[in-house]
Design a protein around this ligand. Structure first.
Ligand SMILES: Cc1ncc(COP(=O)(O)O)c(C=O)c1O
Length: 429
């Protein structure tokens, strides 16, 4: 087993002690008991309302046909009818903007983060007289790979910032990397491999450092989405994006983008749905007057939008502060158990810097994860030696104990090491 340089201190479950523990199992379709599904960071459980909404999609399509693009009944608590054409904005105004503490008119649904990042990089404005994109080595491939691919398309230079010796985001190094050549600084609100949260005050410091040099700050908020309070104005983000598939339980095809009011971004990667006059079918494109609408592509995938905000509706209803206190409390229980087994922690111990996900180091993590599945406990492994789990609003604390009881057994018996090396379970872990 490898050792961690991170100093050990008492487990920190945040300021709210004793923390309230949520049990929202009745709001989601849970796997048959006793499965302990601890992978909210990959794909959230399905809210119970989703089948009715998908039936609603079929009904709207069957009954309204083409006219559903103009008007469908309000199935989302919007307080007004919407239409397939305007759903990316209407749902974002009603649920994404309040989640981000953003003004109405600044957010739009997106198909995925990869599309959004490509569209951002296709905007000429931020690159006028600038050619660098500063990002951390811990960014998700939707960011990192996109920046590298665009490096060949426009004269762009990726500037990588390494983590510090504790695997934490090195905020000073990011600030130092920002120069007069920097167009964008891109950082994750919560690291996908560490669960590390960058607190708002630190993001604000990065925003100020970027702005002082004329650069823009983009924040990838995927793992913050609906699991910790997000306040784009407090952060000073110029753009903030994320997805609704994971902790937000909105399934695939659903991501979102916020653009700060007044920031006149004009993506080249845009489709006719983003055009100022789409039904003029003009020979040349024209940017839509509303900046957020410029980030639409071709015909939007309507079916996925029907379930986009169902998870958000539940989580915003109980309150993101309550969700945050809940995940911290359950995560702290996991850390206590990992400590007792001598397993080095990879995620921050400090509550203010720890997201919903907890990561610890363990040998043969891949096989252990496969063996845990045989025990009806679902977590995942990264790079063969990191085990990630995320107790979320549907997990009783006992699920965390079941995970660590099983890990303890595997460590004692070596049962997982007897599994064949080849995993035939499929590519997704
Ligand atoms: C931080 C982060 N950003 C982006 C993504 C993926 O985004 P998409 O598949 O929508 O491109 C993930 C997926 O795990 C992620 O963890």
């Amino acid at each position: 087993m490898s050792t961690s340089p991170r100093a050990r201190s008492p487990v920190d479950s945040g300021a709210l002690a004793p923390p309230p523990v949520l049990d929202l199992r009745d709001r989601f379709v849970t796997p048959p008991s006793p499965a302990a599904e601890l992978r909210a960071f990959t794909h959230g459980l399905m809210p119970r309302t989703v089948p009715a909404l998908m039936a609603g999609f079929c009904e709207d399509w069957a009954e309204r046909g083409v006219d559903a693009w103009n008007r469908v009944p309000d199935r989302w608590g919007l307080g007004h009818d919407t239409g397939w054409w305007s759903m990316p904005e209407d749902l974002a105004d009603a649920y994404v903007a309040p989640m981000l503490a953003a003004p109405a008119g600044t957010c739009v649904l997106q198909p995925n983060v990869h599309w959004t990042v490509q569209a951002l990089l296709s905007c000429d404005g931020p690159f006028e007289g600038r050619d660098e994109v500063v990002m951390t080595e811990g960014e998700f491939p939707s960011v990192r790979h996109s920046v590298q691919r665009w490096a060949g398309l426009r004269d762009l230079r990726p500037v990588d910032v390494s983590a510090n010796a504790d695997w934490a985001v090195d905020l000073d190094a990011i600030a130092d990397a920002i120069t007069d050549r920097t167009a964008w600084v891109i950082v994750s609100h919560v690291g996908f491999a560490t669960g590390e949260v960058i607190p708002d005050a630190d993001l604000r410091r990065l925003a100020d450092a970027a702005h002082a040099r004329g650069a823009l700050l983009a924040v990838d908020g995927y793992h913050a989405t609906a699991s910790l309070p997000q306040d784009v104005e407090a952060i000073g983000a110029d753009v903030y994006f994320g997805g609704l598939l994971k902790e937000a339980c909105g399934s695939s095809g659903n991501a979102y983008l916020y653009v700060r009011p007044g920031l006149d971004l004009r993506p080249r990667l845009a489709g006719w749905f983003a055009d100022a006059e789409p039904f003029a079918f003009a020979p040349a494109p024209a940017d839509h007057p509303e900046v957020r609408r410029r980030f639409l592509g071709g015909t939007t995938a309507v079916a996925s939008m029907y379930h986009a905000v169902e998870g958000l509706r539940i989580l915003l209803d109980v309150g993101i502060d309550a969700v945050r206190a809940d995940t911290l409390a359950k995560g702290a229980r996991g850390i206590e158990r990992a400590d007792a087994l001598g397993l080095p922690l990879r995620s921050p111990r400090e509550a203010a810097r720890r997201g919903a996900m907890v990561v610890f180091e363990i040998d043969a993590a891949d096989r252990l994860v496969r063996w845990l599945k045989t025990q009806d406990v679902y977590v995942d492994a990264r790079r063969g030696r990191l085990l990630r789990f995320s107790p979320f609003v549907w997990n009783p604390v006992e699920d965390v104990d079941r995970l660590f009881d099983a890990v303890e057994e595997a460590l004692a018996t070596g049962a997982h090491r007897e599994l064949p090396e080849i995993d035939e379970g499929g590519p997704v872990t």
